[in-house]
Design a protein around this ligand. Structure first.
Ligand code: SAH
Length: 374
C-alpha cells in the first residue's frame, strides 16, 4: 500500500477579488447561458464543452481553438475545478482510493478498480448517508449534504487526471465503467445525480455509454421508474435479505419500502430484459443471511426478473456487528442461485489493505485526526 498527500485545489479569487465560478457540472444549456452573458455565440459552448470534457483541460489559456481574448475573459471569471485530494492510496492489487475534499471542507471517497477487460470508477453521491444500514460503515456517519453535479462529475475528472487518461480515449479505457456505489444513496440525490449522469453520457465529452453506468440503490422505490425512464442506466439493488424481518434490521429503508414493493418496482424497471439485467447485491454475513434456505428463498423472490446476483463477501470494519460468511457458505449459496439459472459471481474483495469498502477511508482519517488532536 502506498499513501500520498496532494496539494488541495481550490478556486483562487479572480483579479477582481470575486470567487470564480466552477464550470464543471453545468449542463450544455447552462453553459450556453453563461457564455451568452459574456456575449459569446452558442457554438462557443460546444467548443468549450470539448475542452472541458473530452480533453480534460483545466487551463483556459491552453484552449487554443478559442480566441485569445475569450480565453482571458474565461480565466478571469471561471475555473474548471475538481475536488482536492486529501489522501490517495494504491492497493497491492492496483485498486486506488481517493479521499476527496470539497471546497467547503467536506469529504467523500472514490475508488478505481482496474480489471483485465475494464476499469471501474466507484463514485459517491452524498457526504455521509441517511440510511444507517447496519453492516455499512458509511451508515455510522451522519449525512452532511448532497453532492452537487459538479462534485459528482469532478470525481471522474479527477480520476482521469490521476490516471493520465486525457483526451477521452475511444477504447481501452482505464475508466470504462462507472458505478454510483460510493458513499450515499444516489436516489436520495436524484436531480444532481441525473444531471451528472447526463454529462458523463454526452458523446462529445466523457462519452460513457448507459450500458457502462450502474446506479446502486438500497431501494428508494418511488424513484426507480424515473431513473430507468430518464437515465436508462443499469440498476443494482442492495437486497441483502429475503425476509422483511431481517431486511428491516440490515437495511432500515425496508421499513418504508418493504421487499414486495421493491420487487414490484424491479419487475417494472424500464428497459430490463435478458441482455440488460438487474443486479441484486447480497452481502454475505455469517449465520445471518447465508444459509441454503436463504439462497432458495432469494431465487423464489427474483423469479421472472432478468437478474444476476452479486455476492459480496462482507468487508469488515472495526466494531462491525457482523462477520463475513465462510468460503464454503458463500460457495454453497452461489451454487444454489446459479443452478436456478442466475449468474451468481462472488465479488472478489479488492483493495482490502486500503479499506476500500464504503466509508472506511473517511472514518479512518477522522479517527487519525482525532487521535492527533488528543
Ligand atoms: N446506497 C446505495 C449505494 C451505496 S452502498 C446502496 O445501498 O446500494 C454500495 C454497496 O456496498 C451496497 O450494496 C452496500 O450494501 C455495499 N456495502 C456497504 N458496506 C459494505 C461492507 N462493509 N461490506 C460489503 N458490502 C458493503
Amino acid at each position: 500500500m502506498s499513501t500520498a498527500g496532494h496539494a488541495l485545489a481550490f478556486a483562487p479569487p479572480s483579479v477582481a477579488g470575486q470567487t470564480r465560478r466552477n464550470l464543471i457540472g453545468l449542463d450544455r444549456t447552462e453553459l450556453a447561458a453563461v457564455l451568452a452573458e459574456l456575449g459569446e455565440a452558442p457554438f462557443r459552448a460546444r467548443q468549450l464543452w470539448h475542452w472541458l470534457y473530452h480533453r480534460g483541460a483545466t487551463d483556459f489559456a491552453a484552449m487554443t481553438t478559442l480566441a485569445k481574448d475569450f480565453r482571458a475573459r474565461l480565466a478571469d471569471r471561471f475555473v474548471a475545478d475538481r475536488p482536492g485530494i486529501e489522501l490517495g492510496q494504491c492497493s497491492e492489487d492496483g485498486t486506488r482510493k481517493w479521499l476527496l475534499r470539497f471546497a467547503d471542507g467536506n469529504r467523500a471517497e472514490s475508488v478505481h478498480i482496474p480489471e483485465e477487460d475494464r476499469g471501474t470508477l466507484c463514485v459517491s453521491s452524498q457526504v455521509g448517508c441517511t440510511l444507517t444500514c447496519r453492516f455499512c460503515h458509511t451508515g455510522t456517519q451522519r449525512l452532511v449534504r448532497n453532492l452537487s453535479p459538479g462534485e459528482i462529475v469532478g470525481q471522474l475528472l479527477l480520476a482521469r487526471d490521476e490516471l493520465h487518461e486525457w483526451p477521452s480515449p475511444r477504447e481501452g479505457r482505464l475508466i470504462s465503467n462507472v458505478v454510483l456505489m460510493g458513499m450515499g444513496e444516489p436516489l436520495y440525490n436524484y436531480e444532481n445525480v441525473a444531471k451528472a449522469v447526463r454529462i458523463l453520457l454526452d458523446g462529445e465529452g466523457i462519452a460513457i455509454s448507459r450500458r457502462k453506468i450502474t446506479l446502486s440503490t438500497a431501494g428508494v422505490v418511488p424513484m426507480m421508474k424515473r431513473c430507468g425512464e430518464e437515465l436508462g442506466v443499469n440498476l443494482a439493488v442492495s437486497l441483502h435479505a429475503v425476509t422483511d424481518e431481517l431486511r428491516d434490521t440490515l437495511v432500515p429503508l425496508n421499513r418504508k419500502y418493504p421487499i414486495a414493493e421493491l420487487m414490484a418496482a424491479c419487475r417494472a424497471y424500464p428497459g430490463i430484459h435478458n441482455a440488460r439485467r438487474i443486479t441484486f447485491e447480497y452481502v454475505m454475513l455469517r449465520d445471518v443471511n447465508d444459509s441454503p434456505a436463504d439462497a432458495r428463498a432469494l431465487v423464489r423472490l427474483i423469479a421472472g426478473i432478468p437478474a444476476k446476483v452479486n455476492l459480496i463477501p462482507f468487508n469488515s470494519w472495526p466494531g462491525a456487528p457482523y462477520e463475513c460468511s465462510s468460503d464454503e457458505a458463500i460457495a454453497r449459496f452461489s451454487q444454489i442461485v446459479f443452478d436456478a439459472g442466475y449468474a451468481s459471481p462472488v465479488r472478489a474483495p479488492r483493495g482490502r489493505d486500503i479499506m476500500a469498502a464504503c466509508g472506511q477511508l473517511k472514518s479512518a482519517s477522522e479517527r487519525a485526526r482525532r487521535g492527533a488532536a488528543a
